[in-house]
Design a protein around this ligand. Sequence first.
Ligand code: HEC
Ligand code: HEC
Length: 342
Amino acid sequence: VTRRTLNKCSALLVVAVSTCGIVLNALGEDSLESLKASYRRPDQAVIPAPAHNPLSAERIDLGKKLFFDPRLSGSGRVSCATCHSPSLSWGDGLPRSVGAKDQVLSRRSPTLLNIAWCSTLFWDGRAADLEEQAVGPVTNKQEMNQTLAAMLRSIRGPYRELFSKAYPGEPLNSKTVFKAIACFERSIVSGPAPFDRWVEGDESAISDGAKRGFILFNGKAKCSSCHSGWRFTDDAFYDIGAKGNDPGRGKLMPGFETMQHAFKTPTLRNVARRSPYLHDGSVANLANVIELYVAGGEVRRPSLSDQITPLQLSKQEKLELTEFLTTLTGADPPVTLPVLPQ
Ligand code: HEC
Ligand code: HEC
């Protein structure tokens, strides 16, 4: 490791390689430790929820049934879980989702992992909270194609008792339906990953290559300028130079140049389980996502984020970045399918 490569690595950190593996030796060991600490998971027991809809076991259970219930859709065939399946990291594994009429939608289904901590929803941030968001897919003709009146007719009978237990004193209406679904969504939290064990001090939890990948992620690859914190997202919007004409957040903010073709920074928790990538599923695997960043984006528009510039990464370093990303895959608690009320 020459002085030049060390300087390139990061302003904060010096990486020293010893004969018996890697010693991540900060300009003080302290900087590495404080960097690791900036990714520490919050206390699992404290899931944020709005004051008007606090979590309870009854609400999560009810919301789960509604989430998996195809009777919420016009055709009776589509549930939220059709496009947000726990088997596929709460997405659908498709480049772009397929809607109620078997037509391909314009965007990929995002994961719902750790959604309780998200400050804006959808790839373009057009919804602010989960209670408001869930109305969209149910009534959208492209998605579940159902009117709220018909949805209530189909669930009122079977669900009456569950609602009176979960929301005593509140009527069974579309508001409480979406409140219950929101409670279930907030309960979807990614399990601890090897990376978390390393953050907590277990040096054997991840490989030396992955540790070097972490330094690159925070250093010369500049990933952490957007993928920050324990969810690895800043919940902000950027044009990273991916191909395609979708205006993204630009549709909501037509006068703002940097919002054209800008999409929400996705979480990288369990990201290895969610190919294909990006808002339109146009990138097949993690190695190709990294190539997009190395090139400084494929499309150079005026809206391109100024944080996206070509990267000088060797073949080895690209592999180390990918190796690091795979350490974010946790052992998620198994999900059981609910038995729906009749
Ligand atoms: C036909 C497939 C489909 C169905 C059914 C569906 N979704 Fe989605 N969902 C999507 C797609 C695609 C997006 C991204 C759309 C966008 O960003 O413009 C999305 C986005 C979301 C988001 C935002 C996530 C984020 O990271 O911002 C939430 C939350 C969500 N859906 C919840 C639900 C709930 C709750 C239901 C059931 C009431 C549901 N979805 C039904 C495909 C679907
Ligand atoms: C300027 C902010 C920014 C920087 C810097 C950045 N990203 Fe991203 N990243 C995003 C945004 C925004 C998207 C979604 C873009 C889209 O869907 O069109 C994304 C998407 C991804 C995805 C796909 C995730 C998914 O679920 O589709 C991965 C993986 C990823 N980034 C990893 C990285 C790595 C590794 C680096 C460093 C080499 C990096 N990012 C640098 C903002 C950024």
